[in-house]
Each structure stands twice: as structure tokens, then as C-alpha cells.
Design a protein around this ligand. Sequence first.
Ligand code: MN
Length: 501
Amino acid sequence: MTDVPGLEAWFVTGSQHLYGQDALKLVELHSASMGAALSASSRIPVKIVTKPVVTDGESIERLCLDANSSPNCVGLITWMHTFSPARMWIGGLRSLAKPYLHLHTQFNEELPWATIDMDFMNLNQSAHGDREFGFIASRMRLSRKVVVGSWRDANVHSEIEAWTRAACAWHDAQQLKIARLGDNMRNVAVTEGDKVDAQIKLRYSVNGYGIGELMERMHQVTEGEVEKLTAEYDETYTVAEPLRPNGCQRKALQEAARIEIGLRHFLADTGARAFTDTFEDLHGLTQLPGIAVQRLMADGYGFAAEGDWKTAALVRAMKVMSHGLKGGTSFMEDYTYHLKDGGQVLGAHMLEICPSITGDKPSAEIHPLSIGGKGDPVRLVFTASVGRAVNASIIDMGNRFRLVANQVSLVQPREPLPKLPVARAIWTPEPNLKTAATAWILAGGSHHTGLSQTLTIEHLRDFAEISGMECLVIDRDTKITNFINELKWNDVYYHLARGVS
Ligand code: MN
């Protein structure tokens, strides 16, 4: 569902002709072993393809154009082994339409104190070669990530890992289609936004469909298909008594299965890898999609409720970024608080929380939905596993998209929640509920979020940087007075940076 296994980042080493062929051969060897080591790193999720060392403007520009047109290349990792006069890079960097990471490293970890001579000095010049390269990127106001340290260092690998995952999500966004069944929940503000602006800046396209498109596909579902899927439900979940075979509400489970199969056909036909629905537009459906949406999210689809396409896109991006990592990612909503004991958030939704965030076996249950006036929907009920997580939201500020991210700790509920009929997550936000909620509200962050146990603030920062989004982080270092200043400064920056466009 995420394409990540087939993706690659290109490792590009810069030099120049002045050093002569013998030195350049060594540069090639160093570059090849570093590229191979990065490719072999278990942390980095994409293949690292080492490109021939570039030594002039023409080869640099050709490489950048090749990267632009390569369907599998998510971006470049650049390193100047020696001095690579940076005016050679202007043409290529101007053409480059993919993200890049500047790896500031050198082949040797230790200075060879006893043997170092001028030959060694001339060959191992990244310390100033990379500064020359950094200057031209700064002079051209190019967005990039700079990672400093030994190419053997695990911390360096994990910084590269975060960036490659963000680059994969950006790569995914280029072709991402988001299907909306129905419009936004009526009168809601934060889930609205400019879809044209989103397509220009964030690349994904958002298109609306009538609920009839789903109904049509549901009508084509056979009894045999329903039978097979309900049997899978029986096997995978702890199914509540009334929903079991011969149970008094088995029909509702069968209808839920029909919705899931119909949705899968709808998404396959439209090519959408993220979608929204709304409880205000369920014409012809007997129940709000619950278990169907939960299982589709678990498969990697982005989703958000009430027509919230920005959060659906964010959940999809977070799913791509977290490919292959342990832990889950889900659509989430700040629902209600425990204001005692330092403060905690109970996150949930009417139904649609992804079971990837629990290590427990979810139970399939049926309960009334006190909103929307439809039949009782089937849903998976569980509690999110404990541990660190990030909670993030994207809002449309009118002249820019803003990503707000909060570091949180998922905790065990203090007491059992025997009457809560939905999946839930309980967390303590950093630095504490009071500061986090103050900052979140001042930033205008949505009640809808993407919550991930696998991602870190670094992944989200890298993704925002690559996407050209404003990024506001709320974590243990957040102080409200500073945060208010950051909001004001950012307003000025984004007003000026936008120019006349
Ligand atoms: Mn909601």
C-alpha cells in the first residue's frame, strides 16, 4: 500500500577535475563504500543508489534532471568529498525538483595524527568543501536538511532515516488522490481549506463523490463475498455475542462487511489512497462506516471523518512515513479531558480509530450512535498501547498550510472504561496539558489529528520542510511566551516570503 520498498534515494558525491584522475578514483571508492554502507543500514527504508562522482556543471545538471524524471527517486543525498566549486551546482540545484539532504561527513573518522601530510589534506576536504556547497544553497534560499557526523554513526543514519521517510511521503503526495464521500460537516471551520492551493503546494488532489458511488458498488457485492469477510471478522476479533453467527444482530455485521467491500472497490476504481466520509451524508447507507474505515486505515489508507481531507492526507503521509516500523498510526480526535493529576487527553472518535495502535485483540461491537439518525454501526473497540507518540494537525491559515505537532505519551487508562463503546487512546501531552493545549489553541490546531506511535517530531519537521509547510512543535521545551512570539514572527515571515503569488 505504500510503495516504499521500491523507492530509492541517490547518493551524490561532488568533486572537481583539479585533483587529477588518481585522486578522483579514490573519491569514487570512498563514495561507493559510503553509499553501500548507507544502503545496508537497517534504519534507512529506501535503497541508496550511489551515483558516479560529479565534477562539472553539465554532469550535475544532467543528474538533477534525471532525478526529477525518475519515478522511484525520492530525493538526493549530497556530499562534497573534496572542494566542488559551487557555481557548478547552480544550474543543477535550480532544476532540481526533488528534496535533498546535505550529508556533511568525511570518509575517515579519526585524524591520522602520525601520518597526516598534504596529500591527505587535499583528498579529505569535506570540512570546507561542504561549506562552499552550503553557501550556494543558502544563497539560493534552498530548503534542505543538513546532517553532520560520521557516515558510520547510528545517529546520522537515523537522521537520514527520518528525512528519507519524509521524502517518501512527499513522493507519495505527488500522485495522491483523496476521495471525499460527501462534503465537510456543515458549519465546521477547521476542516475546510483551499483545495486548489493544497494541490499547488502539497501536491495531492482532492475530489468529491456522491455516496451513490459507494452504494452502487455495495449492490454488486455478492453474498459469498460477505460470508467470507464476516468469517474473517469472526476469526480476527473478539466478536460480541449479538454479532456472532446466529446472533440477533448478525445482519448488521454483514452490512458492515458489505460496506467494507464496496469501499475497497470504490477506492480501487478511483485510485484513491485516502478518503473521507461524513455522517451528515449517508443517504442509502444503513450505518456509518466504522469497522470498514478502521480496517482500511490499518491497510495504509489515509482517512479522516466529516469531510476533513487535510487530515486524511496527513494520516496517509504518516502511514507512508511509518512504513515497516513497529507501532501504529491513526486518525484521532481530542475528545475529552481528565483535568486532575496533571491532565490527560482521552482521544477517540465516533468510530474511526485505526487498530494498528493497539497490541490487543480488538473486539467487534455494535452500539447505537447518538448522532446522525442511522442504524447502530459496527466498530472495533480497543485501547491504544502505551508509549511515546506524536499527534499532529494541518490547518489552512489562508496564505499557508501550518503543521502543528505535539509530543505525547500514551498511557494506560487510570481505571477501566467499561461503558465507553469506542476505541480510545489516553495520553499526557508534553510539556503538560495546560501548556500544550494553550499552545495548540493559539496555533489554531484542529481537533482532528493524525496520531503515530512510530514517528517522531523529526519525521514531521522534515516532512513540513520538504512540503514548504509552516511547522510548529509543542514539546518539553515549549514556553507559551516564546510560542506566542514564534506565531507572530511566522506571520510576518510567511506574509513576506509569499511575495505577490
Ligand atoms: Mn470529528
